[in-house]
Design a protein around this ligand. Structure first.
Ligand code: GEK
Length: 244
């Protein structure tokens, strides 16, 4: 097993104090395992991002993967569009993640991916047919989410799509409690202990701020997306397709 395929046991032992979650080398080394055991439907979403890219990637356009981590969505899009005349742009501000993403691009023969170690708030989106925010917006401070979405909308072709996947909050306390309970059951079924679940939750508390589906829809519309459709939901994980 290579280091990029390690098993996630980062929160398996009791810690005296729990620092906020960061995307460092230790996380990057186990990220594949962590995300697939933590996000229900992750593999399906990655697969469908390829399918959506295949439908929407127009000649000469750019396809962006913002917060690409190990590049799974970029690889899925790259395979789906084959030799089409498009540019793939993969962005992450964690060098540990991007170094591994570059290895994946090489492994899959995607030699034309432009990989940028940058903050997604500083990247100008231009001539985009597909923009992917796969579980990344949730890490931005709330007030910075609308400006980012506006920039994406402005840099998008008329027939382009934004694929926005997020962990969400329930519409009310009761729904939220149910979704969280089901998500924790999913993690337990995937081998995480109660201690791991609870310590990870504490680490993410101020770092990952989920919002309701209604808030996402409203903000996407405010950013200029005329059409917003929910195409995936499993427990508190959703994905939208937003179009101009
Ligand atoms: C996947 N999309 O596998 N600028 C750039 N990158 C950022 C920023 C920022 N401001 N904030 C966070 N990131 C991936 C999964 S993970 C989701 C995305 C998760 C990056 C961060 O470094 C990390 O790699 C990624 O966004 C979020 O399809 O871990 O829940």
């Amino acid at each position: 097993m290579s280091r990029s395929e390690g098993r996630d046991s980062l929160y398996a032992h009791p810690r005296d104090s729990i620092d906020s979650f960061v995307f460092d080398e230790r996380v990057a080394a186990v990220f594949s395992d962590m995300i697939s055991r933590s996000v229900p439907g992750y593999a399906s979403i990655i697969g469908m991002i390829g399918l959506l890219a295949e439908r929407h990637a127009s000649p000469g356009s750019r396809l962006y993967d913002l917060g690409c981590s190990l590049g799974a969505a970029t690889v899925s899009m790259g395979k789906a569009i084959g030799g089409r005349d498009c540019r793939l742009v993969a962005v992450d501000n964690a060098e540990a993640m991007l170094a591994r993403a570059r290895q994946q691009f090489d492994k899959h023969g995607l030699d034309k991916v432009e990989s940028l170690c940058a903050d997604i708030r500083d990247v100008e989106i231009r001539d985009a047919s597909v923009v992917v925010l796969n579980f990344t917006l949730q890490f931005l401070p709330l007030e910075q989410r609308l400006p980012l979405l506006r920039g994406i909308r402005q840099g998008m072709r008329r027939d382009g799509v934004l694929i926005l996947s997020e962990k969400i909050a329930g519409a009310d306390a009761e729904e939220d409690a149910l979704l969280v309970e089901l998500h924790h059951a999913f993690k337990r079924a995937n081998g995480y202990s109660d201690l791991e679940i609870s310590q990870k939750r504490t680490a993410l508390e101020e770092v990952l701020v989920p919002e309701t589906i209604a808030v996402h829809r409203q903000r996407l519309q405010e950013a200029g997306f005329g059409r917003v459709d929910l195409w995936f939901q499993c427990f508190n994980f959703v994905s939208f397709i937003a179009r101009p």
